[in-house]
Design a protein around this ligand. Structure first.
Ligand code: ADE
Length: 257
């Protein structure tokens, strides 16, 4: 997977070089290119913003530097394209351009799986200030598949944190990028229920005991307890997920809630 991020704060994304994401880059599974938008602003002050036409609060990111930054990514992507064979399926070779915005569709685990499975080059355009001149997104439609994406129903200072969250969520689903791939199977938002609580040694801590069933060695009883915990938690914290849980997903022994 290749990621390109254009931002006025490339340092903001440097933590993506750490831990398992760093290892995925070292092994070549993932390539992360960070581009400073100011490198594409050619006036003396490297200006990337200006006042909005029509008036109003805040500043708007200028079209020219964004256009040049995206041109440069497109050029480097073209020179890296695999040769197309005559019998290849026709497909949309435009890279995906994700524009983080509270006005986008909300990102979730299903979208993360979709991106990990279907994409091989994702470009991120995180904005600061009031956003990017709309003509950039309009022009970009000809060269990218443009997707405005929100991290959730709240507003951040800028899109960088959203980019970091999406890169983490997608990369860990790429085969080979997960320390222990089995932990994907039972986690929240994979099977439609939240995950069960976990415990480790010591078995008693500040007078609190680990649930006895987990020390019993009875694997069927442990699996039942964990499933009950998942249902109970999801019921208490995310009733919306209970309401949309598929009818045929419940098993006979699921506790009637
Ligand atoms: N930029 C500012 N707020 C955002 C959000 N909620 N999601 C994505 N990008 C944003």
């Amino acid at each position: 997977m290749r990621y390109d991020v254009v931002t006025i704060f490339p340092e903001y994304l440097e933590p993506l070089r750490l831990s398992l994401l760093g290892k995925a880059q070292e092994s070549g599974l993932v390539q992360l290119n960070l581009h400073n938008l100011r490198d594409f602003a050619f006036d003396r002050h490297k200006t990337v913003d200006d006042t909005p036409y029509g008036g109003g609060a805040g500043m708007v990111m200028k079209a020219e530097p964004w256009g040049l930054a995206l041109d440069s990514i497109l050029n480097s992507a073209l020179s890296n394209q695999p040769a197309v064979t005559a019998d290849a399926e026709p497909h949309d070779a435009r890279p995906l351009l994700i524009v983080p915005s509270p006005a986008g569709k909300v990102f979730n685990q299903a979208k993360a799986y979709e991106l990990a499975e279907q994409e091989h080059h994702i470009v991120f355009a995180p904005a600061r200030y009031e956003g990017i001149d709309e003509r950039v997104l309009n022009w970009a439609e000809d060269h990218f598949r443009v997707m405005p994406v929100s991290l959730g129903d709240y507003v951040l200072y800028g899109g960088e944190v959203a980019v970091m969250a999406m890169i983490e969520a997608v990369t860990r689903l790429i085969p080979g990028a997960m320390g222990n791939p089995e932990s994907l199977d039972e986690e929240s938002h994979t099977g439609g229920l939240l995950e069960y609580p976990v415990y480790t040694k010591p078995s008693v801590w500040r007078e609190r005991e680990v649930p006895a069933v987990l020390l019993s060695g009875n694997h069927a009883a442990i699996a039942r307890w964990r499933r009950d915990q998942q249902i109970e938690r999801t019921f208490a914290r995310r009733f919306d997920m209970i309401e949309t849980y598929p009818e045929d997903g419940w098993d006979k022994k699921d506790r009637k809630l």
